[in-house]
Design a protein around this ligand. Structure first.
Ligand SMILES: *[C@@H]1O[C@H](CO)[C@@H](O)[C@H](O)[C@H]1NC(C)=O
Ligand SMILES: *[C@@H]1O[C@H](CO)[C@@H](O)[C@H](O)[C@H]1NC(C)=O
Ligand SMILES: *[C@@H]1O[C@H](CO)[C@@H](O)[C@H](O)[C@H]1NC(C)=O
Ligand SMILES: *[C@@H]1O[C@H](CO)[C@@H](O)[C@H](O)[C@H]1NC(C)=O
Ligand SMILES: *[C@@H]1O[C@H](CO)[C@@H](O)[C@H](O)[C@H]1NC(C)=O
Ligand SMILES: [Ca+2]
Length: 527
């Protein structure tokens, strides 16, 4: 019972009823109506929704079957990993199952038989959805924690990766970084990427199994010990640049770089005791819904926010169609305690009749013209209603007028085109000789060299004479004794005296090579 109470207490700050409703039906002086609030989904066990990948291929033990032993029992190497036997197999899915009492199930790598070549493994978790961490990431290693590893994260579904935390028994040696502890960070450095030695030193494999990414300790910098002052954390999440994003991920990757050694050096004569074994990866977080949803459901293989406030998209990241009279904004935790919904508004409702197609939040009345016009149109639009594209942009045919992608940059080649404007299908106006939608190509009889220039020589009409060769359509390389643009002139014609010696003096490098080749050919013919 006592145990249960501690667990409940531990979970309390994160489960607390903060921002858990998006709207409520209230009665005001003007009668009943909806009142809207900033809202977010509850934290969940995110490992249940992750796609996992273990790299490189062949890193999982058991194919072929292999023996291993433990640091505690290094000379009894009778344990076996065999992928074809369910009782002896250690596939990746065992990092995500529910542990039975006392009996750990785990993914296991091959042993370090290729020492001194490093034993490297990547474990990648992908959600195809941005999630916000709300508690520590805890990775549980059986048979000892790695002596060097790294945690990486992606915010764009795995296209780009960034270091999240470094772990080593000697940070300076492994990464050239001083060892630091999250507990020592301050309010200005709460999102610093650091190297810690706390989870990598050998203390016996049974004593300490967990490697942590300390989310709670970082939260505590603002919310105080036990996260009692969450209001302060939420305030800081709104105001401190990059802080929210620091706790947001779409993918996580554990890069295992050196296994537990059980001592200070690797025993070459017994490599069966060096490997990785992970029994659990705990990731607690919530779907990022930009404070526009309090529910997140698993649909068609992906997590999806159930958007309110007339927003839509996987993260409620845009306004629903016909609700784009001002541009989309994330909800805000502020002002406390209910926050601001920053809901999308129906077209025409916000500013009389001035429609800005969601590209502007502001209209202004121009006195001498007697018109209301949108101010500072975004997304490369312009015009009274932000209904045109700025110069240098063209209309995206497959996008609605209220789409953020409605204007596409012309991207005209600066050298090849007359100016940086284009027509409605994105075609630029080309200078002479240039062609292609962006004017970055040349017409057939032209060659590219900082612009298009007419060919000097080619294979059809402007053929180099007398055995000359055409170099990139720019010039003929003439054989000895010939000159002229197309090698059409014999040097002996004009400088009748001494043309033999003149020609040998002016032999170009290719010509020399050619004559050397000719010499060789002749020699081989002689034999
Ligand atoms: C692990 O991932 C990193 C990029 O995050 C990559 O550079 C490295 O080659 C990968 N290692 C393995 C063993 O696949
Ligand atoms: C990722 O999520 C989006 C939006 O829900 C979905 O359209 C897409 O098919 C998903 N991709 C994968 C690889 O699951
Ligand atoms: C969203 O649009 C509906 C339909 O017009 C409206 O009833 C509702 O109040 C709107 N919600 C918000 C948060 O503006
Ligand atoms: C045109 O708009 C569509 C719909 O929003 C978008 O998917 C597409 O990426 C846009 N095209 C370009 C080139 O931006
Ligand atoms: C844009 O220019 C290209 C090339 O000159 C032409 O083929 C296309 O029809 C033009 N599009 C429009 C809408 O004028
Ligand atoms: Ca397990």
């Amino acid at each position: 019972m006592l145990h249960l109470v501690t667990i409940l207490l531990h979970c309390l700050p994160l489960a607390m009823g903060h921002y858990d409703i998006c709207k409520s039906w209230v009665t005001t002086d003007n009668g009943p109506s909806w009142e809207f609030y900033a809202c977010q989904p509850r934290a969940m066990r995110m490992k249940d929704y992750a796609l996992v990948r273990v790299d490189p291929a062949g890193i999982t033990c058991g194919d072929p079957p292999e023996r291993f032993c433990t640091h505690e029992n290094p000379y009894l190497c009778s344990d076996e990993c065999d992928a074809s036997n369910p009782d002896l197999a250690h596939p990746p899915k065992l990092m995500f199952d529910t542990e039975d009492e006392g009996l750990a199930t785990y993914w296991q790598s091959v042993t370090w038989s290729r020492y001194p070549e490093p034993l490297l493994a990547n474990i990648t978790l992908s959600w195809n959805k941005s999630i916000e961490l709300t508690d520590d990431i805890v990775i549980t290693f059986e048979y000892g924690r790695p002596t060097i590893m790294m945690l990486e994260k992606s915010l764009d579904n795995g296209r780009t990766w960034h270091p999240y935390q470094y772990y080593a028994d000697d940070c300076m040696e492994a990464f050239g970084m001083p060892a630091r502890r999250v507990r020592d960070l301050s309010t200005t450095s709460a999102n610093r990427v650091l190297c810690t030695e706390e989870y990598s030193r050998w203390v016996g494999s049974k004593k300490e199994k967990n490697v942590r990414f300390e989310v709670r300790d970082r939260f505590a910098i603002f919310a105080g010990p036990d996260l009692k002052n969450m209001d302060n954390l939420y305030t800081r999440l709104e105001s401190a640049k990059g802080l929210k994003d620091f706790f947001t991920v779409t993918d996580l990757r554990m890069r295992l770089l050196r296994p537990a050694l059980g001592g200070t050096y690797v025993q070459r004569e017994n490599l069966y005791k060096y490997f990785y074994a992970v029994s659990n990866i705990e990731v607690i977080g919530r779907c990022k819904c930009n404070l526009h949803a309090n529910l997140c459901t698993f649909k068609e293989g992906s997590l999806q926010c159930e958007c309110e406030h007339n927003t839509t998209g996987q993260d409620c990241g845009k306004c629903k169609k016909n609700f784009r009279s001002r541009s989309w904004r994330a909800g805000s935790y502020l002002p406390l305690p209910n926050g601001s919904p920053n809901a999308c508004a129906a077209a025409g409702s916000a500013f009389g009749n001035c429609e800005c197609y969601g590209h502007s939040n502001r209209c202004s009345y121009i006195d001498f013209l007697n018109v209301v016009t949108c101010v500072s149109c975004k997304h490369n639009t312009r015009g009274q209603h932000c209904q045109h594209c700025r110069l240098g942009f063209y209309r995206n045919g497959s996008a609605e007028l209220d789409d953020e992608n409605v204007c596409i940059e012309c991207n005209c080649n600066q050298i090849g085109s007359v100016h940086d404007r284009c027509n409605e299908t994105g075609y630029c106006e080309c200078k002479e000789g240039a062609t292609g939608p962006k004017c970055d190509d040349c017409l057939p009889d032209y060659y590219w060299r900082q612009g298009c220039f007419p060919n000097v020589c080619d294979e059809e009409l402007l053929i180099c004479q007398n055995g000359g060769t055409c170099h990139q359509n720019q010039r003929c390389i003439c054989p000895a004794g010939y000159k002229g643009v197309l090698c059409e002139q014999s040097k002996c014609d004009s400088e009748s005296q001494d043309c033999d010696s003149a020609s040998s003096t002016y032999l170009s490098l290719p010509a020399l090579l050619l004559s050397a080749l000719g010499l060789q050919l002749r020699c081989s013919l002689d034999f």
